[in-house]
Design a protein around this ligand. Structure first.
Ligand code: FUL
Length: 473
């Protein structure tokens, strides 16, 4: 058997362990998208009149005075987000009810018209500053659907929406991520709006080219197709958007969940989910906050499938993150820290195994490489050898996504000396793939990769022993 010993560092890092030529024609992330992928986990903040009316979708006719948090403290939100290990915060600057959390000149339904701080308050200003102070990225959700604005349902409303975005970029930037909700219902005059998505996109590009824009179909980040925070087990960072728009014109939720295998654009999925049943705060959900363990499970199903986790933590009527929510966030942080503390491969040795017989004996079906970017035996199939037996129930694989995404499927075969003790099959890898399985004592494992473009892009491998109750069921 021919063994090629590799001299590699067995930690997750951005360095490429097995790198060959990547095909130039493949979609690749932009610099901003790559930076977005590194964000992994950040908070969503739903806050506004609904917090005070106990609704999820306000009607748009709520009195401005209803918005009156007694102790609003954006620094508390930012401190908690930071302590939870979140990398940023995205706030609902305007939800479907049209109420603006900043004193917009293009609406009369804003914080300025409310009693809160005698109309002098500005939530976007306070939160953008608080994020800067603690080193968090700041993002803004702005709903195109507006149940309050008198122009909604007419072409003038597209001007209003563009002007609002201008205010946001000019006064509260830099905006790291902008979130366009695709919902499109009726406004106060009973009409639906025809959104000028093309103009909206151009506006952002001109004003803030580094902002990554989320919608069902990007242009930079796509919706994952569900609101339960779960990415597809197959998760391509590619999407075909020709003929589609955000909202009703979006691709099917299944397609959004898995991406398009041969999609033309790099548009990765973001997993949005709330820590509570609702998006807005409701006192009667105080006992229904997801536990640290439930959040860890969501982490495995989002970040662990190559996506990012956007976790909604809605402030209460005081304008504070509720004690129950912050306790769950800290428990979540602790579980991540404790369970991913020591990579059990730190003393392992890696080598390629290029003896075809051994591949065949392990009954992996390989297709031959046809030079047109189809399928091929991948030279990056490799073995990890440990100096002593260890017990593991988790393996993490990473793909060097700055070169694109290529790995279509893989098999990990676990050995205790010469005995095969487990086999895990999976599809895409992407930025990070966290595999969990019943714990096994192993001395080595083999990774067989089927790569649809013949690239060699595995950039990291690690193994852990997680607390048994955290292993994905
Ligand atoms: C949806 C909205 O309708 C929900 O209220 C929430 O904001 C969620 C994140 O997006 O489209």
């Amino acid at each position: 058997m021919k063994k090629l010993i590799l001299n590699i560092t067995l930690v997750l890092s951005s360095s490429i362990l097995f790198s060959q030529d990547a095909k130039k024609s493949l979609p690749r992330p932009t610099k901003q998208q790559l930076a977005w992928h590194q964000m992994e986990f950040y908070l969503f903040v739903h806050f506004g009149p609904n917090t005070f009316t106990d609704k999820e979708w306000g009607l748009g006719n709520e009195q401005e005075n209803i918005f009156n948090p007694s102790q609003l403290d954006c620094r508390q939100w930012a401190r908690i987000a930071k302590a939870a290990g979140a990398k940023g915060v995205i706030i609902t600057a305007k939800h479907h009810d049209g109420f603006c959390l900043w004193p917009s000149n293009f609406s009369t339904h804003t914080v300025r018209e409310s009693k809160w701080m005698n109309g002098q308050g500005d939530v976007l200003k306070s939160l953008s500053q608080a994020c800067k102070e603690v080193g968090l990225k700041f993002g803004v959700y702005i709903s195109p659907w507006d149940r309050n604005h008198p122009d909604y349902g007419t072409p003038e409303y597209n001007d209003v929406f563009v002007n609002m975005m201008k205010e946001i970029f000019t006064n509260y930037g830099p905006i790291w991520e902008l979130w366009w909700d695709g919902a499109n219902g009726e406004g106060p005059n009973g009409k639906k709006q025809v959104y000028d998505w093309d103009r909206f996109r151009k506006t952002v590009k001109a004003l803030s080219p580094k902002t990554v824009v989320f919608s069902d179909v990007g242009p930079q980040i796509r919706w994952v197709g569900n609101e339960s925070g779960v990415a597809g087990k197959t998760n391509w960072n590619f999407l075909d958007t020709a003929g589609f728009t955000a909202g009703l014109g979006a691709p099917s939720t299944d397609t959004l969940n898995t991406g398009n295998t041969f999609g033309k654009a790099w548009i990765p999925a973001e997993c949005d989910v709330s820590i509570r049943p609702g998006w807005f705060y409701h006192a009667n959900e105080d006992a229904k906050v997801k536990s640290g363990e439930q959040l860890f499970d969501l982490y495995l199903k989002s970040v662990g499938r190559g996506s990012n986790l956007l976790l909604n933590v809605p402030p209460d009527r005081r304008g504070l993150i509720n004690e129950n929510d912050s306790a769950a966030l800290m428990a979540f942080k602790k579980l991540r820290e404790e369970n991913f503390k020591s990579n059990l491969l730190s003393d392992a040795r890696a080598y390629w195994e290029v003896n075809e017989e051994s591949l065949i004996n392990n009954s992996i079906t390989y297709r031959s490489f046809d030079n047109k970017g189809a399928y091929g035996i991948n030279k990056q199939s490799f073995v990890m050898d440990l100096p002593a037996a260890v017990k593991i129930n988790c393996i993490i694989l990473k793909e060097a996504i700055h070169l694109g995404q290529s790995i279509e499927s893989f098999k990990v075969i676990l050995f205790n000396n010469d005995m095969q003790v487990g086999e895990i099959a999976g599809t895409t890898i992407g930025r990070k793939r966290i595999l969990t399985f019943p714990a096994k004592i192993i001395t080595s494992f083999k990774i067989y990769l089927i790569d649809r473009h013949g690239n060699d892009n595995v950039s990291g491998v690690a193994a852990y022993l997680l607390d048994e109750k955290l292993v994905e069921k």
